[in-house]
Design a protein around this ligand. Structure first.
Ligand SMILES: Cc1ncc(COP(=O)(O)O)c(C=O)c1O
Length: 368
């Protein structure tokens, strides 16, 4: 299969990280997942700490999610009009993230980030954007092209304050950095950004594609008590199906078409099956679920600490090895013992509510 994939797709994949370049070897050919475990085409079972890079907080094929998606597909659609499923999911999001007064669903985090930036530019009449080293906001050009982009060191408020923020449309930040390994925000960093933005008339955009509904019911904005102007969402809000969303202050979101001049549209935006998966997933995430994620995270963190430096916020964590070669060797050995971790030490391990104490034990045993 891999040889054919290499012939059909650039680098053999539909998203670069899947090529396993950082750890070497061929990626496993996974064909089935259930709860916290996945199986390859030869029937080998693995404990899965990748979780599809974030969306699968309910684990694979959670019965409630599968039932909701199945019912939505059987009901037909998409219908090309707004459906009750969109309204229900938007309501759930707003209850958990009150800063999102209005929301627009789209089909990827990249699209959501790109659109939020367009809203910020329209609202401020400025083009310049500020982001942070090591951040990833999808492949939107505006957030990757050094032209018109200022990049500050993450967690360095002083350096950020020296940037020409009077000319910036927005400061875009992952409230917990998750694409350079997990880096929690330093105390006062996010609230400091909020103050800087207010002082200089630019917008604060929190990219909660990873952290949204993961690090707290209301995401990092709840956990750290910061109110952004706009929020970018993805991953969990679609329950494992393709999704993105952006939302925030009503006056800003009313700049989006057809309410306003920022044209942004999507044939499959708000797809009923995606909305159903998102709704079913969010409903599984009650207080007990977050308690369980925290408990599993703490146990994993403690055990992993013997093997490197661990950074963790709730159910996202990173094991930093001394170098990439050490991590690659560790990745291979874990895989041989039936444990799958992300194929780069700069990606988070994601814990789901389907993980068990036994999964943690098995992982720590394999590491020993
Ligand atoms: C913080 C962050 N923003 C945006 C994105 C892009 O989302 P998507 O892959 O759905 O386009 C990602 C993807 O991993 C992400 O981690």
């Amino acid at each position: 299969m891999i040889a054919e994939a290499l012939d059909l797709f650039p680098g053999g994949v539909n998203s670069p990280i899947r090529a396993y370049r950082a750890v070497g070897g061929d990626p496993p050919t996974l064909v089935r997942g259930r709860g916290s475990h996945v199986w390859d085409q030869d029937g080998r079972e693995y404990v899965d700490w990748v979780g599809a890079f974030g969306p699968l907080i309910a684990g694979h094929a959670h019965p409630t999610v599968v039932a909701a998606v199945t019912a939505a597909l059987q009901a037909g659609g998409p219908f090309g009009v707004t459906t009750p499923a969109e309204v229900r999911l938007a309501r759930l999001v707003r209850e958990r993230m009150p800063s999102i007064e209005r929301i627009r669903f789209c089909t990827s985090g990249t699209e959501a980030a790109m659109s939020a930036v367009r809203v910020a530019r329209a609202a401020t009449g400025r083009r310049l954007l500020v982001k942070f080293e090591g951040a990833y906001h999808g492949h939107a050009e505006a957030l990757n092209d050094p032209d018109g982009l200022l990049v500050a060191p993450y967690n360095d408020l002083e350096a950020t304050s020296r940037l020409p923020l009077d000319g910036a449309a927005a400061v875009v930040v992952e409230p917990v950095a998750g694409n350079a390994g997990v880096v929690p925000p330093a105390p006062g960093f996010l609230s400091g950004l909020r103050e800087l933005c207010d002082r200089h008339g630019c917008l604060l955009i929190l990219d909660e594609v990873i952290t949204g509904f993961r690090v707290a019911p209301g995401g990092a904005q709840e956990r750290y008590g910061v109110r952004p102007d706009l929020t970018v969402l993805g991953k969990i809000v679609g329950g494992g199906l393709p999704v993105g969303a952006y939302g925030g202050r009503a006056d800003l979101m009313d700049l989006v078409a057809p309410a306003g001049p920022v044209y942004q549209a999507g044939t499959l935006a708000g797809h009923p099956a995606v909305m159903a998966a998102g709704e079913a997933t969010l409903e599984l995430l009650d207080a007990a679920a977050y308690g369980r994620l925290e408990q599993l995270g703490a146990a994993l963190e403690e055990g992993l600490g013997e093997h490197g430096r661990v950074a963790r916020v709730g159910s996202m964590l990173t094991l930093f090895c001394s170098d990439e070669g050490t991590f690659a060797a560790l990745h291979r050995r874990l895989r041989d013992r039936g444990i799958l971790v992300p194929p780069s030490q700069w990606e988070c391990w994601f814990i789901s509510i389907a993980h068990t104490d036994e999964d943690v034990e098995r992982t720590l045993e394999a590491l020993r």
